[in-house]
Structure formats: structure tokens, C-alpha cells
Ligand binder design. Structure first.
Ligand SMILES: [Zn+2]
Length: 290
């Protein structure tokens, strides 16, 4: 399969380590084999239960509410109480717009349109197994993440896989369907339009030197452990935790990180909510709708 390179991305970042052709081919096969890039069925998009942030309303004992009309003379003006600290606004960004940093893509929530392609893709100059294309903000955040991990002793990182276009996914998925039938294809690959990789906000990460690529044992490497504990600080989310397969529809993928931005990643970390579905009150998406 050829790698997506649509809107001729700019190059940013550091110099990459170029893999040998054989390693690249192996990586592509491995990436396809991994369920890492799954999809779902048409439009069963649930409606999010959105919680508006609490609005400050004066209580009965509030001096503002209870103060009697001030006499015309020398009574000091009532002091306005400080507003309560605002809660996290879960409606600040869209979870439906594929261009939103908070878009929730799972087996019940195809991207709309299904052939969505980001407009700000860049090719990151970073160690990689495949040309690593990201949306610009995610690319910058990945460089910061890798630099912090190395500085804090986790070791070196590389990108195994990043942006994949709709066209690439069509070709990969159809290849599996013709070879194995749809049931097995759904296990091996994502249905086009349902891969989170199509958002340009995802990195499959491996250690340098390469080991446990796209395997559960990545979670036991120093890189995998550091990422699980610290990725939130740079806006990244371990998207498919081991204990949330029934919610996300994916088995444990300790290598698959989704960029959601620092505010949301921090809020999820601080509240201990580990999936986007649970955080936004969306239905679990264990399987495709049809
Ligand atoms: Zn992935």
C-alpha cells in the first residue's frame, strides 16, 4: 500500500532516520495487520450528552441577593462575591467536526464526511518507520512529547504510523475484504472513514531501537511506560486502554496515541476518565452498527 501524502505536506522538525526498504515494507504490513486502524458502520452517531458548565447563580444567602435596598446614605455597597471557579467546558470544541481536536471517532461514529482530509498536514522530520504526516499542531506536540521523554530518561522514540488518508484506507480495507471476507477484514483493518488515523491527530509510537512494534509488550518498555504516565502533559491520550475494550471497540493498543490538546488531556487525567466516550457521555462502541 502506498502511503498517503495528499496536500503536499511541508517538512518540519528534526532529521529523520530513514529505514531500510525492507524494514519499511515490514512496518507497512505490520501496521495493516494491527487492528490499530479500525472503523465502523454508517451513521449511528449518537447524540452527545453535553453538560454545560455550572453557571454562577446567587444563593439565598448571597449578600447580593439578600441585601435590602441600600438607604440613600452611608451604607456601604454590597460586596460582590467572587465567582466560583469555572468548570471544564465540555462543549468548548465540537466532538463531531472531523477538524476539531476533540472529534470522537469510533465504530459508531464515522468521520463526516467519510473522506475528510485535514488541510494543514505536515511531514514531520522525526525518526520513523513510515513518512510521518500529522496536522501541524499535533506534529509540534509530538516533537515536544518525544523531547520530554528522552530528557526524562525514557529512551528514544519513533513514529510507526501516523496520518492515513481515506483513499489509502479504501485500498487497504478492500484488499482484506477480497482476501478474507468482510468479517475478517473488520478485524484486520478499519472500514474507510472510521479510522482515527484519518484525522491527522494520531501517532503509533515505537521505541528506538525498534522492538514490540504495534504489540502489547510496547506497554512494558521504558518508552511505553513513560508515555502512559506522561503523554497527557503534552496533549496526548492513550486512546485504547487495556480495560476499556468494551467501550472503545479496540483491544489494548499501548502504542496508539491521539492528540486532543493539553486542556482536555489534563482534564481527563485529573478526573481519571480514560476514554473519550466516557468523558463526553457517549455510548460504548464495541462493534460496528451493521
Ligand atoms: Zn494506531
Amino acid at each position: 500500500m502506498s502511503h498517503p501524502r495528499r496536500p503536499a505536506p511541508a517538512r518540519i522538525g528534526r532529521r529523520a532516520t530513514r529505514p531500510a526498504a525492507a524494514a519499511l515494507a515490514l512496518a507497512l504490513v505490520t501496521a495493516v495487520l494491527a487492528g490499530c486502524n479500525s472503523g465502523s458502520t454508517p451513521d449511528a452517531s449518537p447524540t452527545a450528552t453535553r453538560t454545560a458548565p455550572p453557571s454562577p447563580s446567587p444563593s439565598a444567602t448571597d449578600p447580593v441577593a439578600t441585601a435590602a435596598p441600600a438607604p440613600a446614605t452611608e451604607e456601604p455597597a454590597p460586596v460582590t462575591p467572587p465567582a466560583p471557579a469555572p468548570g471544564f467546558d465540555k462543549t468548548a470544541l465540537s466532538i463531531d467536526d472531523p477538524a476539531s481536536l476533540w472529534v470522537v471517532s469510533d465504530k459508531l461514529r464515522p468521520l463526516k464526511p467519510v473522506d475528510y482530509a485535514p488541510t494543514d498536514l505536515v511531514t514531520l522530520d522525526v525518526a520513523s518507520q513510515n513518512p510521518p504526516v500529522f496536522r501541524r499542531e499535533a506534529g509540534d506536540a509530538l516533537l515536544a512529547l518525544f523531547a520530554a521523554g528522552e530528557a526524562e530518561g525514557a529512551g528514544a522514540f519513533q513514529v510507526q504510523s501516523a496520518y492515513r488518508s481515506y483513499a489509502t484506507q479504501v485500498s487497504v480495507y478492500q484488499g482484506w475484504v477480497s482476501q478474507l471476507g468482510q468479517a475478517q477484514a473488520d478485524i484486520q483493518s478499519a472500514r474507510p472513514g472510521h479510522s482515527e488515523h484519518q484525522t491527522g491527530l494520531v501517532a503509533d509510537i515505537s521505541p528506538v531501537p525498534l522492538s514490540c512494534a504495534l504489540q502489547a509488550c510496547f506497554g512494558d518498555t521504558s518508552q511505553g511506560r513513560w508515555l502512559a504516565a506522561n503523554a497527557w502533559r503534552y496533549g496526548w491520550l492513550l486512546r485504547y486502554p487495556a480495560d476499556k475494550t468494551a467501550v472503545t471497540g479496540f483491544t489494548y493498543e499501548p502504542w496508539h496515541f491521539r492528540y486532543v490538546g493539553v486542556p482536555l488531556a489534563t482534564e481527563m487525567h485529573d478526573t481519571g476518565v480514560t476514554t473519550l466516550e466516557e468523558f463526553f457521555g457517549l455510548p460504548a462502541a464495541p462493534t460496528y452498527a451493521g
